[in-house]
Ligand binder design. Sequence first.
Ligand SMILES: [Zn+2]
Length: 136
Amino acid sequence: MKVDYRVVVEALSRIRIDSDPVELWRLYGSRFNRAWETLKDGRVKKYVFRPSGRVVWIVVGRDREYLIYHVVGYCSCDDFYFSVIDGKAPLCHHLIARKLAEVLGRFEAVEQEDEFYSSHLKEWTSVETEREEVLL
Ligand SMILES: [Zn+2]
């Protein structure tokens, strides 16, 4: 399925009525473009664990998968760790991609049994754990 850019713009303007796409471009710059590429490549996944109904959003990167806690606006990537936490950027491109994916319904839905949740989480958070060890 091909998603027209205008569809995204329209969708985004529905999310935030008072912000226009030019503004988003200005705010997010290259991150917006990268988010769009990520979305087009179908690299956003929504895991739903059963029977709990727990939802985990993942963006597949070049080397690994990134865990996203969109409710608090968190991503496990280096860009988030180094740029967003430092206040240099409002969001990493994974967070933008996830938002676009949700709005457009353009993500891969994966259903898993609850028993696999902890092993998945361990894998998704392994880099964060490594980073903490470096800091400690
Ligand atoms: Zn990220």
